[in-house]
Write a protein that binds this ligand. Sequence first.
Ligand SMILES: [Mg+2]
Length: 376
Amino acid sequence: MEPVLRVETLQKPVKIASMELLRNRRNFLVRVRTDDGAEGIGVPNAMHLVHTYPIFLNRVAPFFVGKDARQFEPLLWELYRHNDNYKYQGLAFWVCVAAAEFAVLDLLGKLAGKSVGELLGGVLRREIAVYRASGNRGNTPEEEVAYLKQIVAESGAKALKFRLGGRMSKNADSLPGRTEKLIPLVREAFGKEMTLYADSNSSYDVPKAIAIGRLMEEYGYAFYEEPCPFDHLEDTKAVADALRIPVAAGEQEFSEYRFRWTIANRGVDIVQPDLHYYGGFIRSLRVARMAHTAGMLCTPHMSGSGLGYLDAAHFASCIPNPVPFTEFKGDSDIPVTSETSTLKVENGVVKVPSSPGFGITIDPAFIRQAVKVTTF
Ligand SMILES: [Mg+2]
């Protein structure tokens, strides 16, 4: 596979002198510095790093000190082998690797004068049409429609996603009959023009998943996310095979070989690596490219916390095969500005920053007030 990270213009080694984890209340930052004073900052997934940060501090960050940041992509394999890190493989490990990667990409981008997308093969689009997603379950279909109207109105989004079923619930709904009522109700409320996605979060066995999928087909839904338990690849494929509506999944996947199997065997129709849970942009782009080769689409799963919306937009700017709408989940409590984007959804579209690295400025006071996290 061709390398994802393109750093040919950086002719001198970019030796990493330090990689620190900083914390400001609920949020984390990773700061990477070189011997000659260059700096990159990444915003990791705080929601999970708060539990897994010892892996970052003990197993990931020290590995990169003294290494050439330009070699980040080949070093991913060495890091995976290092100290038996592969035994920790899963979200707990890869969230920490993504934390390191984001800071390194910011550093390399600033040194090369390139945005993240330009470093990763080239920016194909700067305007990203977004969908808004609801995280609700257990409310009535009428309450959910009212909520969806509110989040769509504040963003002008032309697509939305909501939740079906009961989440890992062996066919039980979050409220009896909610899903069967909600699927037609949302279509009626928003009309033919709205693109609708829905996510069952691994709720169903095969027969129930197919029955719900048929209802979504009847009402013209555009994808059906995680119909069956996420690691039940055979059941998920059986549902994807049986339905016309595209089945999407992958937010829980952490194995490149399993993504490869899923793509080669059409176990889903749309792959959804999570930029944090799956270990960063480079690994996720490899999945997107595999899917593209197989004629499939890819969309980043967006986890909460950090600057997930910005990460998803950068990713969608440089993959060859995005779905028409990319997830955008509210605002972050990290004070951040950009010279090249408002970072807001306007008329259903967010503009991807084009300045070097992530193209943003985190309020210096926020960084100053952050404290260095250490292990004992
Ligand atoms: Mg999901």
